[in-house]
Write a protein that binds this ligand. Sequence first.
Ligand SMILES: Nc1nc2c(c(=O)[nH]1)N[C@H]1C(S)=C(S)[C@@H](COP(=O)(O)O)O[C@H]1N2
Ligand SMILES: [Mo]
Length: 302
Amino acid sequence: MAYKNVLKYSDVTPRADYMNRRQLMGGAAGLAAGMALGPAFGASGFSVDEKPNTMEEISSYNNFYEFGTAKGDPAKNAHMLTTDPWSVEIDGMVDRPGSYGLEDILKNVTLEERIYRFRCVETWSMVVPWVGFELNQLLALAGVQSSAKYVAFQTLLRPEEMPGQRTRSLEWPYREGLRLDEAMHPLTIMATGIYDDPLPNQNGAPLRLVVPWKYGYKSIKSIVRVTLTDKEPQTTWNMLQPREYGFYSNVNPEVSHPRWSQAYEKPIGGGLLARRKETLMFNGYEDQVASLYDGMDLVANH
Ligand SMILES: Nc1nc2c(c(=O)[nH]1)N[C@H]1C(S)=C(S)[C@@H](COP(=O)(O)O)O[C@H]1N2
Ligand SMILES: [Mo]
């Protein structure tokens, strides 16, 4: 698979352009007004102008309970996972249901780099330079029917290769879901790589969802099934503890987790610079996604 020839954020954004933007966003006026500064976006409007974490950081501090519950377990155990061949079953309310081979999918979508902020519900955060394609492209291949309102996702169930699935830490297979308009949003991607490499197994190889304005657990890994449905799908963390993990799970500094505040986050890596910082509404993607939730009570629908 070609990862090296992907169009990069830095190729499409004239440097002067994003430097100016950065200066505007970080300027003294904003600071004096005491406003929480949003991130600066590049010309594409998708990638943030922030320094990504290193591959070492991104691939060694993980949540992937199929390989254990400690942050270092996925990096230690995920080499056991066979990711080739790989196919995704697309079913439910689609015109062309069936098993879609990953190689075929990749011939029919456009891979691009997306540098996204990533915020886990546990309060740590990273910036990840994903390579992937918009989920709406995959859905177009299958042909979404007008009755569909939600998209449900499932991770591979293969306890022989996923030691965590031989325990009851979660209900398997891992499940997630999005409302159809969230799934169709151009920020919502299926990632297949990070930097110039295919996804490390511990990050959800060979294909994982990334929804940057929602808490990290919505970004389900190693996906084998995508189902279009008219009912809100069951999701793993919501099934475990609905009071703590809602279906929407939009990043929101004003809605505390029952056991901790979500007002601040701790960037991973960066040594002394990695001090606590304010968490932004919709993880900094408010301008792009707030309209999806017009009129919705964000506390009741957390
Ligand atoms: N299948 C599966 N997907 C998953 C998880 C998991 O345990 N299993 N953990 C989630 C959580 S809680 C987070 S924060 C992110 C972590 O992604 P990363 O390890 O690539 O940073 O993956 C999400 N996707
Ligand atoms: Mo998470």
